[in-house]
Design a protein around this ligand. Structure first.
Ligand code: NI
Length: 217
């Protein structure tokens, strides 16, 4: 049983023995949760070196973890790293994408979206996101990549993951506590009933954190 306190979990994904001696092992990294793990509030540090096997391994483990937790995106601080890296696999994409040093360069317009987060399982909210989002990042090969999302999940995911890397969460954008609602696990958008960790952030914890910005005003 995976618990948030487990350092890692190894699952044998494929195994062809003895003919091929081909093992493919994936590491599921422990999820960090809103209301408990301060690293979600830390700003990620820019990645400098790209010819780094450890960086590639981190990206691969993040992709495996994203699939395990049934997400379409995952930022490094959600699994305990402060490197500025996130991964995405949107439903229309054939392959997952690794975005290193992701930065949003421009946003336009405003629209209301439904949003959830693997670090706040069992909860979704209505928030405002931009209609158009331009961003740039660097791929695992060190080459720069530009992204543009227009009123789609890519635009939302770019903002969501970039926010994570800046220490922000979607709940920061709730205009009212009534805009946050509980959903049955496995019914979240994009969720397909895959195993999920037990929710650890209670509504009370969420409320406490939600109230903090207002109290500072
Ligand atoms: Ni998230």
């Amino acid at each position: 049983m995976l618990t948030p306190f487990t350092s890692f979990r190894i699952v044998v994904r494929s195994c062809q023995v003895p003919t091929g001696y081909t093992f493919s092992i994936m590491s599921i990294l422990p999820m960090h949760y809103f209301g408990r793990d301060q690293i979600l509030r830390e700003k990620a540090r820019k990645v400098r070196g790209f010819n780094d096997p450890a960086l590639r391994k981190l990206a691969e483990d993040m992709i495996d973890s994203m699939y395990y937790y049934s997400g379409v995106g995952l930022a490094a601080n959600q699994i305990g790293s402060t490197k500025r890296i996130c991964v995405m696999h949107l439903p229309d994409d054939e392959d997952p994408t690794v975005l290193i040093n992701l930065e949003i360069t421009r946003k336009e317009g405003e629209r209301e979206v439904t949003e959830g987060c693997l670090s706040l399982p069992g909860w979704q909210g209505y928030i405002l996101r931009a209609e158009k989002v331009w961003a740039h990042a660097v791929g695992l090969d060190g080459k720069p990549v530009r992204y543009k999302g227009v009123e789609n999940l890519l635009a939302q995911a770019l903002e969501h993951e970039c926010d994570h890397l800046d220490g922000k969460l979607f709940v920061d954008y709730l205009r009212s506590k009534d805009d946050l609602y509980e959903v049955n696990q496995g019914e979240e958008e994009g969720g397909e009933g895959e195993p999920r960790p037990v929710r650890t952030a209670s509504p009370e914890e969420a409320t406490v954190e939600l109230q903090s910005p207002a109290e500072r005003e």
